[in-house]
Design a protein around this ligand. Structure first.
Ligand code: FES
Length: 186
């Protein structure tokens, strides 16, 4: 005779037995899904191959450094004196997709060793344009707030830093100017 407890035990074993023989339900990919994934992947790959060169072409000008290492012929070296003189010259500039030829100004002179150097005319206070000896004091003067600089560009009043200078290259009797950089004399 089987007691109530024994019957429950038997039923439970039976259920377990049935469960262990139930087929495992796997999530299988249908043919339609397989085709969708394959075609989708192939299309994405082909689109990437076609679009990436276009993106690179569009973005490329933005990644190029502007005029790095380029020098512009400005004046014969023989015209440079100890007294600073103003020279204007044009550079070819590419800013993203925009090309232009802005005119720049440099104050060029020789130092006590006869070496040519060229100063930027942009005042280091708030960006007005300085000029040599405008007040007859053998200094660079700024008309906006009276900043003053020595012939080497050292700041004497109002501005906190010296005038920037151009990179200079002398070749075959001509002065070439490059990028503007902080004044190396101070
Ligand atoms: S901008 Fe030159 S002194 Fe102010």
């Amino acid at each position: 005779m089987v007691g109530k407890g024994g019957l429950e035990q038997k039923m439970s074993n039976h259920e377990q037995h049935e469960t262990s023989h139930r087929p495992v339900q796997r999530k299988e990919m249908s043919r339609r899904q397989f085709l969708s994934y394959t075609l989708g992947g192939t299309t994405a790959f082909m689109m990437g191959g076609a679009v990436l060169p276009m993106v690179r072409f569009a973005v490329d000008p933005l990644l190029k450094k502007k005029g790095e290492g380029t020098f512009v012929k400005v004046v014969e070296e023989s015209k440079i004196t100890n007294e600073p003189q103003e020279f204007k010259f044009k550079i070819h500039q590419i800013d993203g997709w925009y090309e232009s030829e802005p005119e720049l100004v440099a104050w060029i002179s020789k130092n006590e060793n006869g070496e040519v150097f060229a100063l930027s005319p942009i005042c280091k206070h708030l960006g007005c344009t300085i000029a040599w000896n405008a007040k007859g004091q053998n200094e660079y003067d700024c008309p906006c707030h009276d900043a003053r600089y020595t012939k080497d560009g050292k700041n004497l009043a109002v501005a906190n830093t010296p005038l920037d200078e151009y990179e200079v290259n002398i070749d075959a009797g001509f002065v070439y100017l490059g990028a503007i950089k902080p004044n190396s004399r101070f």
